[in-house]
Design a protein around this ligand. Structure first.
Ligand code: ADP
Ligand code: MG
Length: 628
């Protein structure tokens, strides 16, 4: 018989397993049971929609058998089984090879659940077995197949005999070594406790012959031993249990197993709902973003069960995009079993459930923010960006849901604050919510305009992400307070007297401003006095709907290539700065020089705003001119 080789990646993984970089060998049992349960699920689902199957729920079971003498462990199921082709495809290669990233593994610690993470459960058997044999007969087929492998030399497939459909897997356990005792996986108590630990929620009975010893009343009589084929798991799915029966650990274990994460979640939401829609939901907020989260490969969705039967692995309609990081499931008796994907989209029940799910996620996050700020900050660090996109992409429709979950660092203490906190601290005479944009907090803190606003005692939100300003533009306001960029042209910071004073100086210097505007040849709309500068001589401000920050972002988008977007800019001057006096001198005595200085000041202002200098050679020459 021909021995076939494993696919290259599978081989690498097998090497890793066999060489045992993985410490929790015991999870092989969980993986085998999950596969058996999946196989039964498939046939059970078929039986519900296809009457010719003729199986009742009670007919399904997973059977375990440990044979200490021959050192074999056997698991059998009466699930759907595998055809010869499926055997090849499923056990000869890694189902999900795309996500297998060897380099990534090497960076992970010892206690990391590689298997769960990559969904390569079957291979874990080779951590404990020196030979694995699979007998399988697909439901409705006459033929059965035997697959066998020692993990190292490839595998063989041949036809065999088998009673009944389903799959039986026999592990020939490894020999004990000084470091590892494989006999323990053949021990009745050990197996019982592993099933309880990992597979208690499996919805089909996991059975095993369990030996009971009965001690008769008569002390001289021999103890009686008898064997009972017992069900080891409680079978109630975790989400059907009462909250008070469950510990955080139970929720977390269920999560890491089911959703293939190696880190426990940040939070879980377990809800039972009755009313217009009857459903149970178990939702999790992961503590880390999956590696593909911010890519288009990421698929959002919740598992959808109908009365305990899985009908859809990822139901996208149950989650809005801005909560796409949530994992979990919904189980409802209101949904029809053979509902198709298209029908589901129009299902009224589903829409009601989705609304409820959204609300409970929002409430959970709000609760976290209120009661455990540290945790929320961690969460926000990972997934907060999604909320800003959510607001922007919905043109503000999701504002009510999301606005109190947003945070930005601010001039208050450099840390993240909410809009509610900002508004609660607003000064009596403050009308607007101030913000400043820049590529980093450090860059923003260098902005000349900031000083004056802070001096006035106003708090300023720091926007460092491209989407920030776009998001608040569609929000328009928060609790009646408008947002205002400190780079806006009409930032109103002066007292009445100051305004008078500015007006006077402006009138006196009108001609010079006109001259300077002309010197800049259309680059600015206006040169004028600033009300927001304190120790710096110049800054740029923008007028109209496009701010300087938006100009930067829009021009960096590939779809806008070739159509340059420009903010309407004004060069603002600080009349109390010595440079201003110098400009006035030059206007009277040397206009050519004033022209050069104007260009220099304009370039400086661009640099401070994080824009590039338009003509670097001219800029350099002007500076050299000052030096020599
Ligand atoms: P996963 O369960 O994540 O798909 P596994 O490595 O655990 O990956 O299993 C690979 C595939 O082998 C399964 O997807 C399934 O198609 C098949 N398989 C494994 N065990 C059984 C079984 N007991 N009955 C039917 N098919 C099975
Ligand atoms: Mg599996």
């Amino acid at each position: 018989m021909e021995t076939k080789q494993f696919k290259a990646e599978s081989k690498r993984l097998l090497d890793m397993m066999i060489n045992s970089i993985y410490t929790h060998k015991e999870i092989f049992l969980r993986e085998l049971i999950s596969n058996a349960s999946d196989a039964i699920d498939k046939l059970y689902y078929k039986s519900l929609t296809d009457t010719s199957v003729g199986m009742n729920k009670d007919d399904f079971a997973i059977q375990l058998k440990a044979d200490k003498e021959n050192r074999t462990f056997t698991i059998s199921d009466n699930g759907i089984g595998m055809t010869e082709e499926e055997l090849e495809n499923n056990l000869g290669t890694i189902a999900n090879s795309g996500s297998f990233n060897f380099k990534k593994d090497n960076e992970l610690g010892d206690d990391v659940d590689i298997i769960g993470q990559f969904g390569v459960g079957f291979y874990s058997t080779f951590m404990v077995a020196k030979e694995v044999t699979v007998y399988t007969k697909p439901y409705g087929s006459e033929k059965a197949w035997k697959w066998q492998s020692n993990g190292v030399d490839g595998y063989t497939v041949e036809e065999c005999g088998k009673d009944g459909f389903g799959t039986e897997i026999v592990l020939k356990m490894k020999d004990n070594t000084d470091d590892e005792n494989y006999d323990k996986y053949l021990d009745q108590y050990q197996i019982q406790s592993l099933v309880k630990k990992y597979s208690d929620y499996i919805r089909f009975p996991i059975k095993m012959d369990v030996e009971h010893t009965h001690y008769p009343d008569d002390e001289n009589a021999e103890p009686e031993k008898h064997i009972v084929n017992e069900t080891l798991n409680s079978m109630t799915p975790i989400w059907k249990k009462n909250k008070n029966e469950l510990k955080d650990e139970d929720y977390n274990n269920f999560y890491t197993e089911k959703f293939m994460d190696y880190m426990p979640p940040l939070a879980h939401i377990h809800s039972k709902n009755e009313g217009i829609a009857t459903f149970d939901a178990l939702l999790y907020i992961p503590s880390k973003a999956p590696f593909d989260y911010y890519s288009k490969d990421y698929e959002k969705g919740l598992q959808l069960y109908s009365s305990g039967v899985l009908i859809m692995e990822k139901c996208a309609d149950l989650l809005p995009d801005y909560f796409s990081f949530v994992k979990g499931l919904v189980d409802s008796e209101d949904l029809s079993l053979n509902i198709s994907r298209e029908l589901l989209q129009h299902d009224r029940q589903l829409k009601i459930i989705a609304k409820n799910v959204e609300k409970s996620i929002k409430n959970e996050l709000a609760k976290m923010l209120k009661n455990d700020r540290e945790k929320y900050l961690k969460f926000y660090e990972t997934f907060g960006l999604q909320f800003k996109f959510g607001i922007y992409q919905s043109y503000g429709a999701s504002k009510d849901t999301l606005q109190d979950l947003l945070m930005w660092p601010s001039s208050f203490d450099g840390k993240n604050v909410t809009l509610e906190e900002y508004v609660s601290r607003m000064k009596e005479d403050q009308e607007e919510i101030y913000y400043a944009c820049g590529e980093s907090i450090a860059r923003i803190e260098m902005l000349p305009q900031l000083e004056r606003v802070k001096d006035k005692g106003f708090e300023v939100l720091y926007f460092t992400q491209d989407v920030d300003e776009f998001a608040i533009k569609v929000m328009m306001e928060y609790k009646g307070k408008k947002f205002k960029s400190i780079s806006d042209g009409d930032l109103d910071l002066e007292t009445e007297e100051e305004k008078e004073e500015t007006k006077k100086t402006a009138e006196e210097n009108q001609d010079m401003f006109k001259f300077m505007t002309d010197a800049l040849e259309g680059k600015v709309k206006d040169v004028r006095l600033s009300s927001k500068l304190k120790s710096h001589p110049v800054c740029l401000s923008a007028e109209g709907s496009i701010t300087i920050e938006m100009e930067k972002v829009l021009n960096s988008m590939p779809q806008n290539e070739g159509k340059e977007v420009k903010a309407e800019k004004c060069l603002e001057l600080n009349s109390s700065h010595p440079v201003f006096a110098k400009l006035k001198d030059l206007y009277a005595s040397d206009r050519d020089k004033l022209k050069d200085y104007t260009k220099l000041l304009y370039s400086q202002a661009r640099l401070i705003e994080g824009l590039s200098v338009e003509d670097p050679v001219e800029f350099a020459n002007l500076i050299c001119g000052l030096m020599v």
